[in-house]
Design a protein around this ligand. Structure first.
Ligand code: S3P
Length: 461
């Protein structure tokens, strides 16, 4: 069973605290952490990973790869060692693979299993069990895998993989890095060339890392931006030493918090700034946010910088839907920034948000309304009229924000609480551990609460 379902909900009120100051470091990138474990488990030999995100989602991936034969261990130093089995040599897992809350684990592992001659059952928590898997079932079926899923193509789901699988050329009907990655990972153990055509670019960590592990992968970019990715199958992966950069999707909460809490002046170190991930920071700058990059460098083949963020007067804007894939997980916290801006923010093209860990359009509309923001929900986005910097005044005593097992709703509304008159009551903070276990400790550190209460300083790693 899942931590967020077996233990009691952990409600918490987030209230206005001191400005965010000093320097913090957020944990490793979730997307890159999942992929490090998966590819490490498929290489022949020992992969070393530092900066791995030790959140529940990544641990679900690690448990599944162990169940299929890899040895994955954490050293006292915090480094992770992964002894892989080799492409084509995954073992039949003895029991169902428990994916917890993690859509990325589920969809990418479905890709891996699809081209191996094994059968695996995938189960997950209540949130994950509502999410559509048809988008992965479809291309993987074309490659020869066979599925029995709950109605609507949902978990629990049993996948019978096949070897040899059939190489396909697949044009993504939705802009999804998870679907792209599932097909590419299935292609690893498939003879011939597997092709994914991506009309709208999504995060490219899989491509970067597949290349890093020695797979033959070629990318063509057409004049209209369409990317065609060719992967040569029956690959032999070489073990790697990986340094995982800080997660921009986790940094996002602290960037917005520092922008909206008066007096804040915060440096967030080591933030991954892959262009397929970093659009939030550009949007916030366009709204007037003071976000300065310091010491731009490369970590683990990804661009990284320290972000210096200062409290800013934000102005609402119309967010270009073209940037949605490059900040798809950051809209909940952007909505919070918009609620504190002056004027109107309009977001469109967010249909995919309805099938994340929760329906993030409807859930954030309800949450922000309860917190006192002025919000209108449309089919594909939210329209938000901000307070112009005045604290949010809402949440009547006892009215709790419903987070629906969605970590990013809980953290976004925690940030809203920092800029509220009475505080914001979040019904359950347990889901935060899926992606950012040290969030609350870092928040206490940055707002000076940790010192005031004598709490140990969080390191973020
Ligand atoms: C992810 C891709 C995104 C994102 C998710 C992580 C990944 O999902 O929302 O949190 O690691 O590939 P989609 O590809 O379904 O948009």
């Amino acid at each position: 069973m899942h931590p967020a379902e077996t233990s009691a909900p952990r409600p918490r009120r987030f209230t206005a605290a001191g400005p965010l100051t000093g320097r913090i470091r957020v944990p490793g990138d979730k997307s890159i952490s999942h992929r490090s474990i998966m590819l490490g488990a498929l290489a022949v030999g020992r992969t070393r990973v530092t900066g791995l995100l030790e959140g529940e989602d990544v641990m679900s991936t690690a448990a599944a790869m162990r169940a299929m034969g890899a040895t994955i261990e954490r050293q006292h130093s915090g480094e992770w060692l992964i002894d892989g089995v080799g492409v084509g040599s995954l073992l039949q897992p003895p029991t169902a693979l428990d994916m917890g809350n993690s859509g990325t684990s589920t969809r990418l592992l479905m890709g891996l299993v699809a081209s191996h001659p094994i059968t695996a059952t995938f189960i997950g928590d209540a949130s994950l069990s509502k999410r559509p898997m048809g988008r992965v079932i479809e291309p993987l079926s074309q490659m020869g895998a066979d599925f029995t899923a709950a109605p609507g193509g949902r978990l629990p789901l049993t996948l019978r993989g096949t070897a040899p699988a059939v190489p396909i050329a697949y044009r993504l009907p939705v802009a999804s890095a998870q679907v792209k990655s599932a097909v590419l990972l299935a292609g690893l153990n498939t003879p011939g060339i597997t092709t994914v055509i991506e009309p709208i670019p999504t995060r490219d960590h899989s491509e970067r890392m597949l290349r890093g592990f020695g797979a033959q992968l070629a990318v063509e970019v057409a004049a209209d931006g369409t990317r065609t990715i060719h992967l040569t199958g029956e690959a032999e992966l070489r073990p790697q030493t990986i340094v995982v950069p800080g997660d921009p999707s986790s940094a996002a909460f602290f960037v917005v918090a520092a922008l909206i809490v008066p007096g804040s002046d915060l440096v967030i170190e080591n933030v991954g700034l892959n262009p397929t991930r970093a659009a939030l920071f550009d949007v916030l700058r366009a709204m007037g946010g003071q976000i300065e990059e310091q010491d731009r460098r490369e970590v683990g083949g990804e661009p990284v910088a320290d972000l210096h963020v200062r409290h800013s007067a934000l102005t609402g804007i119309a967010v270009d839907p073209a940037v949605v894939p490059s900040m798809v997980d950051e809209f909940p916290v952007l909505f919070v920034a918009a609620a504190l801006a002056s004027g109107r923010t309009v977001t469109t093209g967010l249909e995919e948000l309805r099938v994340k860990e929760s329906d993030r359009i409807a859930v954030m509309r309800a949450a922000l309304e309860l917190a006192g923001a002025r919000v209108t929900e449309t089919a594909d986005g939210l329209i938000i009229d901000g307070t112009g910097g005045e604290p949010l005044a809402g949440t009547p005593e006892g009215a709790e924000i419903a987070t629906h097992l969605d970590h990013r709703i809980a953290m976004s509304m925690a940030v809203a609480g920092l800029a509220s008159r009475e505080g914001v009551d979040v019904d359950d903070t347990r889901p935060i551990a899926t992606s950012f276990p040290v969030f609350e400790a870092l928040l206490a550190q940055a707002t000076g609460l940790a010192e005031a209460t004598g709490l140990a300083q969080a390191t973020g790693q």
